[in-house]
Write a new protein. Structure first.
Length: 152
């Protein structure tokens, strides 16, 4: 009887500790960045010249297109099977003309007065960046030469 009560308690704890929002990349906690729903599907193919730099660690590509994210997305390749994708909108500003991030040497920066900057390898703010939020991360799946970025 005690064992079945213990198993039932563990079962209840496991299933009650998870919720739908656990899969939302914590996007709902930042009111500056609305939720963007998109899917690149098979667009990013590392066999194509415009995406071939993603075959080499430390490189990135930018999709400056409102079809992907809010102000576009950046995909960074760390090596192996490790890809990261982030929103190109500064998470520590309300959306405006200066909050769109530009990318140079694996650093994403805004043009607002505070000049916030973020590391593309992990999305974390660089020293001196104001605000509490890292870059908004999107889901990435690598399947052979196809890199899918999505947020459904």
């Amino acid at each position: 009887m005690k064992k079945s009560l213990l198993y039932l308690s563990i079962f209840f704890f496991i299933f009650s500790s998870c919720n739908k929002n656990d899969d939302d990349n914590n996007q709902n906690s930042n009111s500056n960045i609305p939720r963007a729903v998109f899917d690149t599907g098979g667009l990013i193919n590392t066999n194509l010249p415009q995406f071939s730099q993603l075959r080499f660690a430390g490189n990135f590509i930018v999709l400056n297109n409102n079809n992907y994210g809010i102000n576009g997305i950046v995909v960074f390749y760390s090596g192996g099977e490790n890809y990261s994708a982030f929103e190109l909108t500064d998470p520590n500003h309300m959306i405006n003309s200066c909050s769109k991030l530009s990318v140079d040497n694996a650093i994403a920066s805004c043009t607002c007065e505070d000049g916030n900057s973020y590391e593309l390898s992990n999305g974390l703010p660089l020293e001196g960046t104001s605000g509490q939020f890292p870059l908004t991360r999107y889901f990435v799946e690598a399947n052979g030469n196809i890199i899918r970025v999505f947020n459904n």
